[in-house]
Design a protein around this ligand. Structure first.
Ligand code: GLN
Length: 393
């Protein structure tokens, strides 16, 4: 629908970067309306992974991750509603940071699911990601939801950084679940991080089995409402000839302009919000979400950080058969941070048996974003995974 659309004003994140002297090179590819995990729903086609061109760069911000991994740019932006910064960062071997909800202005960002969306940074190191985040973060009078001041994030002293309590769930790497490609590398990395930064504490991950379902009901419901603004009246291409009623024009525009995945989500989201299903789906998901958030915030009273995988495997092949449910399920490690509004970072931590990068994920409390950069920095001072490049880059 927005294929030829040019933004008519700068987003706050863009004007802040320009004011700081950044040179903006262009827009990068992503899944249509950021709905997806592989960029295959983009109307421009899929982004290939610089590490192996038969594989996806991940998504939805696959173009941003590929551009950083290939060395085209030192950093790129992306939005993270359920993992779209962290997952492509992990698949492309770069660092991806998702801020706390309310930390970065979304003025000028196309809304997907407003209670989950956050503007994040993809960069070659935690240090670079932190520098960019500092520039774009902070209250903005044009976005009343900027309620967290990154500058007020508690700074941890060097001594504290070796005495952290890091919660992890050994069940992520063994037990009944299918242990995915790359799990060994993540488990090893978490153990090593424990030695570098303090001690590991075993925890149970709250409500783990229902995270993707909860996320997708909420994300699709909010999307069905947010995307109703794309109606062919302003901004977008209009379908249908003269003489049609307004309703017929809007229907024709939306049917012609939205791709299959976006239409599916609008339909499912509208269903979840409809009067016969609201209680069973949207309201129920909202209650579960509160339990997830309370559970994670409680854990973060006992530990400083939570460490876990980013993805359930390395980047998928682009010719893999379509399995939408499996694709949704694969977001199980990233959506918790969005449901709870927590900041999270994806750090390169290994290469799997097929030569593809693997990432580990750290989360913390909303008022401690700076801890993620500090620990990421310590991890990258002790390891060189973030320095590995795909051949040719
Ligand atoms: N894969 C998730 C989805 O399709 C995440 C997308 C995102 O963070 N924008 O909704």
């Amino acid at each position: 629908l927005l294929r030829r659309h040019m933004g008519q004003y700068d987003a706050t994140v863009v004007s802040r970067l320009k004011a700081a002297g950044a040179i903006l090179l262009g827009k990068t590819n992503l899944d249509e309306f950021a709905m997806g995990s592989t960029t295959t729903s983009s109307c421009f086609g899929a982004t290939r992974n610089p590490w192996n061109r038969d594989r996806s760069a991940g998504g939805s911000s696959g173009g941003s991750a590929a551009a950083v991994a290939a060395g085209l740019v030192p950093f790129a932006l992306g939005s993270d509603t359920g993992g779209s910064v962290r997952q492509p960062a992990a698949h492309c071997g770069v660092t991806g940071f998702k801020p706390a909800w309310g930390s970065v202005s979304r003025y000028g960002l196309v809304a997907y699911a407003s209670s989950l969306d956050a503007v994040g940074v993809l960069a070659r190191s935690a240090k670079d990601a932190g520098l960019v985040h500092q520039i774009i973060a902070g209250p903005d009078s044009r976005d009343a939801t900027t309620c967290i001041d990154a500058a007020a994030s508690r700074i941890f002293g060097p001594n504290e950084l070796t005495q952290l309590r890091i919660g992890w769930c050994p069940g992520h790497f063994s037990g009944s679940r299918d242990v995915p490609r790359g799990a060994d590398q993540v488990e090893r990395a978490i153990r090593e991080l424990g030695r570098i930064a303090g001690q590991l504490v075993e925890i149970d991950w709250p409500h783990e089995a229902v995270l993707p379902a909860t996320y997708y009901i909420i994300a699709m419901s909010e999307a069905s409402s947010n995307l109703s603004r794309f109606d062919g009246i302003r901004f977008t291409r209009r379908a249908g000839g003269p003489g049609k009623s307004v309703d017929a024009m809007i229907t024709a525009t939306r049917s012609a302009g939205f791709g299959a995945e976006v239409r599916r989500r609008i339909l499912l989201g509208t269903f979840a919000l409809s009067s016969g299903s609201y209680e069973q789906f949207f309201a129920q998901a909202s209650r579960v979400r509160r339990l997830v958030r309370d559970g994670l915030l409680n854990l973060l009273e006992r530990v400083d950080l939570l460490a876990l995988p980013v993805t359930t495997g390395s980047a998928p092949r682009l010719d893999a058969p379509d399995d939408q449910v499996a694709e949704y399920q694969a977001d199980q490690f990233t959506v918790a941070a969005n449901l709870a509004g927590l900041p999270a970072i994806a750090l390169p931590c290994g290469i799997d048996g097929e030569g593809m990068p693997v990432g580990m994920q750290l989360m913390t409390r909303p008022d401690r974003e700076s801890l993620l950069f500090a620990v990421g920095n310590a991890w990258q001072a002790a390891t060189d995974w973030h320095l590995r490049r795909p051949s040719g880059a």
